[in-house]
Design a protein around this ligand. Sequence first.
Ligand code: THU
Length: 137
Amino acid sequence: MPLIDLETRTRLVKTALEVRRYAYAPYSHYPVGAALLASSGKIYSGVNVENASFPIGICAEPVAVYKAVSEGERSFEAIAIVSSNGATPCGFCRQVLSEFGLNILVIVANEDGKILQETLVADLLPGAFGSAYLNQK
Ligand code: THU
């Protein structure tokens, strides 16, 4: 597990909890907030953004990752994800996170800010598909 102090983990959960209000989830009514800690020390938030064309909707985690990467970040330490009942990241989100490190700490909390799970991307996505497969002849 990466060594991330309790204060930082709490700050991430608080950020995810606060941004969750901006989730656009008129179809599922399941708002999700995410807060991603880059190695630079900056925190990037994300929320799920749904669409009337359902499959186009995007989860909170990739929004946070894409925001961060589009601002020059490539290295991440941890992500906190907050939903009503503490859902763990879906398969798509696990793959998005794995691109940037199997050692990223994943903190799952509920809407009370209670941490229900702390794990690594590596544990959420065993046998991850990654760039190494593409470089083989
Ligand atoms: N959702 C996320 O934002 N992250 C996850 O890891 C699981 C699901 C969103 C997608 C959709 O907008 C809503 O939750 C219900 O599936």
